[in-house]
Unconditional design. Structure first.
Length: 337
């Protein structure tokens, strides 16, 4: 039963975003709230309280419904209720509440803050919730902070007002970008994989580079570049080609962070995100030197970095890198001679 509900919610979420992006004229706050309500509800139904807990094969007990604990279902319901509470208010009434939240606003805002942190903990771990708790504590007890970090502090209603009722908190720019753009790119990437487009790029790249030394990394470069030219999203690329190339790189001995950097770097180049490409290339080159990679792999990284620097007009840095390559070029010529 839960599997059917989750499948229905995922389909409804995809159809809604497709409609909202192409045809619908939906108020910004409503769009963000609908997106967040889908996500929170699904997280509590799919992710267990701990990583050891699984949804499959659990013995049915009175406190579980189809393998899902009752409290997870309750968390899903109250998280959705705390999100949809805002769109139910008229724009005029909501504008009057900003800066002067009533008890109901504070209650639902507190519930949403707790649910968002718990959903984040279940899906990605303790790191982000821990950072949030630090800044929440700093906002409330900032009057006790030392030196220039000291401020007058904020009351709990004032904090909830900022995080819940304004567009600078939970329903801020991050949710807006994900709801408007990122989700659609990821959806497109998954659909491309299911119809075989991702496998096509992988097969073409495998034909070109699979037989050479460091083949999986080269396959990642070609497949990411090809898919990146049409997807426009590093996240979508990682979900599609990266789901195959990153495990392949790890299997032949590349460290996980290096495999991820290779994938993300060439997606950034394909989409002409040159600043991101430079950052990723620099870190990849440092790892390459530490791991003792081949000269051909180093050349690919350096050529890519020089091209990205020139694209951004940072010719002095590109020239400096070329000067450092002179001994390498001379050594290569002597070997060929």
């Amino acid at each position: 039963m839960i599997a059917v509900i989750v499948t229905g919610l995922l389909v409804a979420m995809s159809v809604y975003h497709y409609y909202a992006s192409g045809f619908g004229l939906i108020r910004e706050l409503v769009h963000r709230c609908v997106h967040l309500s889908f996500v929170l509800g699904l997280v509590f139904l799919v992710f267990g309280f701990s990583k050891k807990e699984t949804r499959r094969g659990i013995v049915r007990t009175w406190y579980r419904f189809d393998g899902v604990p009752i409290w997870d279902i309750v968390m899903a319901i109250i998280s959705v209720a705390s999100v949809v509470y805002l769109p139910l208010l008229s724009p005029e009434e909501l504008s009057m509440r900003v800066g002067a939240p009533n008890a109901t606003d504070v209650f639902f805002g507190t519930v949403l803050l707790i649910c968002v942190m718990e959903a984040t903990r279940r899906s990605v771990g303790w790191t982000l919730p821990f950072i949030v708790l630090i800044f929440v504590a700093y906002a409330i007890w900032g009057q006790n902070a030392p030196g220039v970090m000291k401020h007058s502090g904020a009351s709990w209603p004032a904090l909830i007002n900022h995080l819940y009722l304004t567009n600078q908190g939970i329903l801020g720019i991050a949710i807006a970008v994900v709801a408007k753009y990122v989700f659609l790119f990821v959806l497109f990437g998954v659909l491309a994989t299911e119809v075989g487009l991702g496998s096509l790029f992988i097969d073409v790249a495998q034909t070109i580079a699979g037989r050479f030394s460091g083949g999986p990394a080269k396959v990642a470069i070609f497949s990411s570049a090809m898919l990146g030219t049409i997807s426009g999203s590093s996240i979508a690329n990682t979900v599609t080609t990266g789901a195959l190339t990153i495990p392949a790189m790890k299997k032949v001995g590349y460290p996980p962070h290096f495999a991820g950097a290779v994938e993300a770097n060439h997606q950034a180049i394909a989409q002409q995100h040159w600043e991101e490409a430079i950052h990723l290339l620099t870190s990849s080159m440092a790892d390459h030197a530490r791991l003792g990679g081949s000269r051909a792999q180093r050349d690919i990284l350096e050529y890519s970095l020089i091209g990205a620097l020139l694209r951004l007009g940072r010719s002095d840095e590109a020239k400096r890198l070329l000067m450092l390559r002179r001994p390498v070029l001379a050594d290569t010529k002597s070997i060929r001679g």
